[in-house]
Structure formats: structure tokens, C-alpha cells
Design a binder for this molecule. Structure first.
Ligand SMILES: NC(=[NH2+])NCCC[C@H](N)C(=O)O
Ligand SMILES: [Mn+2]
Ligand SMILES: [Mn+2]
Length: 307
């Protein structure tokens, strides 16, 4: 499997997704600009990548009357529309042989990213950094926020208007997923994890084993039968001390250093074939430090080294 660092340097297609309708705290729509302002393009160009910034996917404004539905899926229509557009943009990038780098936006956009990637990779592996499981459905969600559902949706579980985005379902298989950094799971998510046998490295395992061992195990879990690996990194995986600008912070997360190390290990192994960095909310941030952390992590993922 060819990744992103060693091969003849791949062109990177950046796709911004100013989506804030998958949750209720405004401001996460400014995440893509915050990461651009923090220098993501320049950082990648300095590593000799050719970067094609495709701009932002257009997000509709919801009709207030549509917000409430009986499915416990907030702003469903606009979330579906934007994810269909994103799926197309991502699949175009993959078709051209480019590496898709998606900048969010709330985590509901993983539905579209995975729809765009998985139609090219039949056995896509997924490494999901998150404080949460994002394995809810309208039936199990305590909030009705679709950003808490993208992993379930991509497994083909949930409302069909979401699972059929991109025209096919499921996108991924439970045995090809690892979640890293979990410390807040709803009851329905815990059940789904058990039922599907999804591999989860909670903060407990990270404390016990250390990030190096967790990454070794995680990589061997997702690289066995897969033909590509997507990295989905929710900035709330990090501790709120290092990443304060997120809508659903949870105390006790990974440090910037640990997460940075995880990215360096992924770069060394050269396995990642697409990535997204989500949930950066500049309104809740401290002088853009969360966007800067995200861009630092992106640099490491793409092979940046000090010396
Ligand atoms: N992508 C995220 N930050 N998800 C947070 C989800 C929180 C909670 N589990 C919910 O479903 O509402
Ligand atoms: Mn999260
Ligand atoms: Mn998430």
C-alpha cells in the first residue's frame, strides 16, 4: 500500500467544509479558515508537496421550520446536502490520484469524506481520534446532533437518508476501525462497540501502554486486510488544555505531544491515504491555538521533522 510521504510526492487536495449544523455551538464553520490562517498550505508546501486548495464546500442555511423532525436528527436536510457535495469533491480528488485533506467543520462531515474515499477503497481502514465514539443513531443519541453519529452512519447504521449518502452503504467494516482517545461514550455506543467488536483504545489504554505501543497495535489492527487507511482526527481527542477551541471538550485527553507522536508514527509507516481534521471552533478558542495545534499535527502527519 502506498501512503503519502515516501512515494513520488502526491499532490494534496485541500477541501474546506464550513459545516456547523451537525451540532449546536456556532463557530465551528470557521474552522477551515482558522487552519488556513494558521498556515496549513504554507506548511505543506514547505515539505515540498504540491497543494491544490479547492476552497470550501457550500453549506446551505437551514430553514428554521425544518430543524425539528421526529427522527432526532438536527438539520438533517442540510447535513445530507453538504455531505453529498463533499463526497463528490473527495472522490474527484482520489480519482485524480491526489491525497484528500479535509478541513472541518463539525464531525458530521466524516460521512461525506468516507463516502468519497470508500468508493475507491473496498476495504478501507479508519483510524478515528476522538474523545467520543460518534457511534450514535437518532435512536440512541442524547442530543440529536449528527456530529455524534458519523461512524455509525458509515457502518450503514442509522437513518437511510444518511447511510445512503454517496449512493452506497456501508462504507466501512467494523473490523477495519480503531478509535483512539475515547473517554465519553453513550450507552448505545457502548452496546454497538461490543456488538460489532470495534477496537477502541480508550484513555486508559493510552495511559497504560503509552502512545507508541497504542499506535503499533492500532496500525497492525487496521492494516491487515485493508487497501487504504483514512485518518479522522477530532481535535477534542486532545485534552482541552491543548485544544480548547472545540464544542464538546472532555477533560483527560491526549496531550499535544502524544498526538504529535502518533502523527509522526503514522508518517514513518506511510500508510495514510486520506485525512480530515475536524471540530476546530475559533469562537471557543484561545488565540487560534487549536487551529495551530491542528496544523502542527498535519505537518507531522506529512513527514515534518525538526532536523
Ligand atoms: N464529533 C463530536 N464532537 N461528537 C460529540 C458527540 C457527543 C455525544 N456523544 C452526542 O452524541 O451528542
Ligand atoms: Mn469528539
Ligand atoms: Mn468526533
Amino acid at each position: 500500500m502506498k501512503g503519502l510521504v515516501e512515494q513520488v510526492k502526491k499532490k494534496i487536495s485541500i477541501i474546506g467544509v464550513p459545516m456547523d449544523l451537525g451540532q449546536t455551538r456556532r463557530g465551528v464553520d470557521m474552522g477551515p479558515s482558522a487552519m488556513r490562517y494558521a498556515g496549513v498550505v504554507e506548511r505543506l508546501e514547505a515539505l515540498n508537496f504540491e497543494v491544490d486548495d479547492r476552497g470550501d464546500v457550500e453549506i446551505g442555511r437551514p430553514n428554521k421550520l425544518d430543524v425539528k423532525n421526529d427522527k432526532n436528527l438536527k438539520d438533517l436536510n442540510e447535513v445530507v446536502k453538504a455531505n453529498e457535495i463533499l463526497a463528490d469533491a473527495v472522490s474527484n480528488a482520489v480519482e485524480k490520484g491526489n491525497f484528500p485533506l479535509v478541513l472541518g467543520g463539525d464531525h458530521s462531515i466524516a460521512i461525506g469524506t468516507l463516502a468519497g474515499v470508500a468508493n475507491k477503497y473496498e476495504n478501507l481502514g479508519v483510524i478515528w481520534f476522538d474523545a467520543h465514539g460518534d457511534l450514535n443513531t437518532g435512536d440512541t443519541s442524547p442530543s440529536g446532533n449528527i456530529h455524534g453519529m458519523p461512524l455509525a452512519v458509515s457502518l450503514g447504521i442509522g437513518d437511510t437518508s444518511l447511510t445512503k449518502i454517496g449512493g452506497y452503504a456501508p462504507k466501512i467494516k467494523p473490523e477495519n476501525i480503531v478509535i483512539i482517545g475515547a473517554r465519553s461514550l453513550d450507552d448505545g455506543e457502548k452496546e454497538l462497540i461490543k456488538e460489532k467488536g470495534i477496537k477502541v483504545f480508550t484513555m486508559h489504554e493510552i495511559d497504560r501502554l503509552g502512545m507508541t505501543n497504542v499506535m503499533e497495535e492500532a496500525i497492525s489492527h487496521v492494516s491487515q486486510k485493508t487497501d487504504g487507511i483514512h485518518l479522522s482526527l477530532d481535535l477534542d481527542a486532545l485534552d482541552p488544555i491543548d485544544a480548547p477551541g472545540v464544542g464538546t471538550p472532555v477533560i483527560g485527553g491526549t496531550t499535544y505531544r502524544e498526538t504529535h507522536l502518533a502523527m509522526e508514527i503514522l508518517a514513518e509507516r506511510d500508510l495514510i491515504t486520506s485525512a480530515e481534521f475536524v471540530e476546530v471552533n475559533p469562537i471557543l478558542d484561545n488565540k487560534n491555538s487549536t487551529a495551530e495545534a491542528a496544523v502542527g499535527l498535519i505537518g507531522s502527519l506529512f513527514g515534518e521533522k525538526l532536523l
